[in-house]
Design a protein around this ligand. Structure first.
Ligand code: PEP
Ligand code: MG
Length: 902
């Protein structure tokens, strides 16, 4: 029933014209409504106004040419199809107007139901509903309320107060006790509220209602809460939303009507079965808002078996069709089932792995697809610790385990307070009766969220799951009093600032702080839990998918580890070597004194003595590390930070010296130290005497380290082990720096290694932009490059890596200058370009040059994909990120499979 278009640009699509692959244009909801329509499922008819129309509106502040006519044509077709006209006084067609962006943004944008009702059509609606006046007036008051709030910014509380007032007058707390007369009175009250705030009467013209509602949906794309949500979820800001105009069906027509949400598998655990909530005699918003408590979906079998069986059939068809967990919204109008929405459902990290594994077993997807459907962020979540529970900890309440994890913190009752305390470094649990989109900032700041109302599909639950944040919803034993900042439960009162613990897996709530224990997934990685023997479906799924990722990945994954313990753990986690062993910590603790002697040395002899004392200590450090990584490569980086970092701070020394002098004590040593610190003081130490510069200035320092590395390797080999040391020079900007270090190092290595068979590679970090730009020259003197993307980002952007994130990144994020800190995820266009240039020019000068990355980005999922695309040989990251990097390296490989020639 496509209407004839009168202009070139098509802004409106009938449901029968779209399909699930048109999400960019029709948004997720519109594309999936079209898909269900085409599958022959009972979808109320309607049409979708495209994201293009929204973008045009947002760019110019007015509807694009032709849109109004296209809406008129599609509305006309809809009216003909339904045999009713919008807002007809005798037999009205009513429509809902719903937002629907490409990526789901639960509760972020606007919906207006019952558009088309006015003072006259309310009577027609009643007749349509068999003389059900109560229903008609309830629908009308809902329209004024939603329209007023979302389209005209009337404060929602005013309507809530009027509703409470009507219930109070009736002596009830239940909406359902209000009769038609009460609701008619409420409509009058609502209209007055509307007129008071907008300066106009509630619009009676149905098409005007529709146009204003469409416009409000467009504008909701740029509402503050939608912007915050997009930033949090990394959804691009320029996509715009589509608008769906759908013929209304009613779940509030009596006990044989209702509305619900269904999942084809459990979105929390991934278990197979029927999951969902049902609410009789209600409209869809009531379920999501958690206003009344729902019943489990299984109850529908008893209430309306025909609809239940039909629903199960559609659920099976949808899952088969989408080959994935689907979530569904439906309404039953007087025994007739309508499908209002479906989409590939959000799920917890655990469910993502479990479902991917199950779908492989069921033959619906291949292992590659299973790998594609999980990600490193989810795996990282599964590695979080869980509560260690014993008899001491009795839960005080149990709600719905809405988003897994274990969180303890101070109770707060408002979003603002959550943000305030979190900024002071406190862990907080945001406690609300239910959350709404205005709570978003508080939810982001909190460690966990606890609500006393709402199920697995409440706002709190959906948003928390999306953020990977622990959430317990619907803990209805809690009596939450937000104004007084306290809740009571089991006879106890908990006030703001008290500590509680919530378990988002079991839904249990505890008073006080419960200690935590490692997750099963970590135990599996540690090797203390055998996946093949385990009956935990999660561990088995993780094992299976990780094994596949390892088979598919081209990138090796190494670890950044400075101690034998870290190295051993990373090895258990699957690291194939050490990509960065920083040696700085080896100069701290009780070795500080030796470093002081080195710095204060007044003669070559004194300096050599200090270095001589450091040598065996360093050698022992390296022996331990080589042993832990027996058989695998270990990149040891020569000392990097400025030496004064190993001395006491200037101010503290100056005070000590002054005080000691005052007391007449002997301060010769302190004075010498103070003079050295003064001499070495730098305005910009990060750009000062550090890395290779230090090695060139302090004779013997690098030589001592090189000797220690070579001697350690020889010792390990002579002991029957195998060691593959790679010596890495930091902060090189010019090939001459590297050549100088290399010449000295080669002599020492030749002397130490002798005929032991040990081979020592010498390479460099690429972390100064000049090094990246002269990589062709530098490669002549380097057997490997390791990109130090922390410094490369610092120097590429000119951002101090220690200060800027806290200082002003919020503003850059707000302005969209970048969507995520470039210290967290590689800036592919800028810093990444330096990496690409260096990789290409380095390899051109020295084919077979080994390339890796050891900055923080090595464990960041998006960055891993980038490094794969550049053709690096390995990424190196902290031990806990190693599984994440393995998984993402596998995903990167399958995503580029076919186009990947390397
Ligand atoms: C880097 O700069 O990315 C790097 C790994 O070195 P560091 O963080 O020690 O400066
Ligand atoms: Mg560095």
């Amino acid at each position: 029933m496509a209407a004839q278009e009168t202009v070139d640009h098509k802004y409106v699509y009938d449901f029968a014209e779209g399909n699930k692959d048109l999400k960019d244009l029709l948004g997720g909801k519109g594309a999936n409504l079209a898909e269900m329509t085409n599958l022959g499922l009972p979808v109320p008819p309607g049409f979708t106004i495209t994201t293009e129309a929204c973008k045009a509106y947002l760019a110019t502040g007015r509807e694009p040419d032709g849109l109004a006519d296209q809406i008129a044509a599609h509305l006309d077709a809809l009216e003909r199809g339904m045999g009713r006209r919008l807002g007809d006084p005798d037999d009205p067609l009513l429509v809902s107007v719903r937002s629907g962006a490409k990526f789901s943004m639960p509760g972020m944008m606007e919906t207006v139901l019952n558009v088309g009702l006015n003072d006259r059509s309310v009577v027609g609606l009643s007749a349509q509903a068999g003389g059900n006046d109560r229903f008609a007036w309830d629908s009308y008051r809902r329209l004024i309320q939603m329209f007023g709030k979302t389209v005209c910014d009337v404060p929602g509380e005013e309507f809530e107060h009027a509703l409470d007032e009507a219930k109070r007058a009736k002596g009830t707390t239940n909406d359902l006790d209000l009769d038609a007369d009460d609701l008619r009175g409420l409509v009058d009250a609502y209209k007055k509220i509307f007129a008071k705030h907008t300066g106009r009467e509630f619009p009676q013209e149905p098409r005007e209602q529709l146009d204003l509602a469409v416009r409000a949906v467009f504008e909701s794309w740029n509402a503050e809460r939608a912007i915050v949500y997009r930033r949090q979820e990394r959804i691009p800001a320029d996509l715009g939303t589509a608008v769906n105009v759908v013929a209304m069906v009613f779940g509030n027509l009596g006990p044989d009507s209702g509305t619900g949400v269904a999942f084809t598998r459990d979105p929390a655990s991934g278990a197979q079965g029927i999951y969902g909530d049902y609410l009789a005699n209600a409209q869809g918003e009531d379920v999501v808002a958690g206003i009344r408590n729902t019943v489990p979906l299984q109850e529908l079998e008893r209430i309306d078996k025909t609809s239940y069986d039909e629903l199960l059939d559609y659920m099976a068809r949808l899952e088969e069709h989408y080959r994935d967990l689907c979530d569904i919204e439906f309404t039953i109008e007087r025994g007739k089932l309508w499908m209002l929405q479906t989409r590939v459902g959000k799920r917890t990290a655990a469910a993502a792995f479990v479902i991917a594994g199950q779908l492989v077993d069921e033959g619906l997807i291949e292992l590659d697809e299973a790998l594609h459907r999980v990600n490193g962020a989810q795996l990282a979540q599964l590695m979080f610790p869980r509560f260690r529970l014993d008899h001491e900890f009795e839960p005080v309440a149990k709600g719905v385990g809405a988003s897994p994890g274990a969180a303890s913190g101070k109770v707060v009752f408002s979003s603002d307070r959550a943000v305030e305390l979190a900024a002071e470094g406190e862990s907080v649990i945001l406690v609300r009766r239910e959350t709404n989109p205005d709570d978003l900032n508080g939810m982001i700041a909190a460690k966990g969220i606890l609500t006393s109302r709402g199920g697995k599909t409440s706002h709190a639950a959906v948003v928390a799951r999306g953020m990977g944040k622990t959430c317990v919803s619907g803990a209805d034993e809690l009596d939450v009093n937000v104004p007084q900042r306290r809740f009571t439960v089991a006879g106890k009162t908990v006030t703001e600032g008290d500590v509680i613990s919530i378990d988002g897996t079991t839904g249990k709530v505890y008073l006080g702080e419960v200690p935590v224990m490692p997750s099963e997934v970590v135990q599996y990685f540690e090797g203390t839990l055998d996946a093949e023997q385990s009956d935990d479906p999660l561990v088995r799924a993780v094992h299976r998918i990780m094994t596949h990722a390892d088979q598919r990945r081209r990138l090796a994954v190494r670890t950044n580890a400075d101690t034998a313990e870290d190295a051993a753990r990373a090895r258990r986690f699957g690291a194939g070597g050490i990509g960065l062993c920083r040696t700085e910590h080896m100069f701290l603790g009780d070795r500080r004194e030796l470093v002081e002697r080195l710095i204060l040395a007044r003669s070559d002899e004194e300096r050599d003595a200090a270095l001589g004392a450091l040598l065996p200590l360093q050698r022992a450090d390296f022996v331990d590390i080589f042993k832990a990584m027996d058989g695998l490569p270990v990149t040891v980086r020569l000392i990097d930070p400025p030496l004064h970092e190993f001395l006491p701070p200037l101010e503290q020394l100056a005070v000590n010296v002054a005080v000691a002098q005052e007391r007449g004590e002997d301060v010769a040593k302190e004075e010498a130290l103070l003079a050295a610190v003064r001499r070495m003081h730098e305005e910009n130490p990060m750009l000062g005497l550090r890395g290779v510069r230090l090695g060139l200035v302090i004779p013997g320092l690098f030589a001592m380290q090189v000797r220690a590395i070579a001697e350690a390797a020889v010792a390990v080999v002579r002991d029957g082990g195998s060691a593959f040391p790679e010596i890495m020079v930091p902060l090189v900007g010019a090939v001459q720096e590297l050549e100088t270090v290399r010449a000295e190092a080669e002599k020492i290595i030749a002397e130490v290694v002798g005929d032991s068979g040990v081979e020592v590679l010498i390479g460099t970090m690429i972390e100064v932009p000049r090094a990246a730009l002269t990589a062709g020259q530098i490669a002549e003197a380097a057997e490997f490059f390791s990109f130090g993307t922390n410094d490369l980002t610092q120097m590429g952007w000119g951002f101090s890596r220690d200060d800027v994130e806290a200082a002003f990144f919020w503003r850059y994020l707000e302005l969209g200058i970048f969507g995520i800190s470039p210290f967290e995820s590689i800036d592919a266009e800028g810093v990444g370009r330096l990496v690409r240039i260096a990789a290409e020019e380095g390899r051109a000068a020295r084919p077979g040059l080994k390339l890796g990355v050891c900055g923080e980005h090595g464990g960041d999922p998006d960055s891993v994909h980038f490094f794969h695309s550049v053709g690096l040989d390995y990424v190196s990251c902290s031990p806990f990120r190693v599984p994440v990097a393995r998984l993402e390296a596998g995903r990167a490989a399958i995503e580029t499979a076919g186009s990947d020639s390397r």
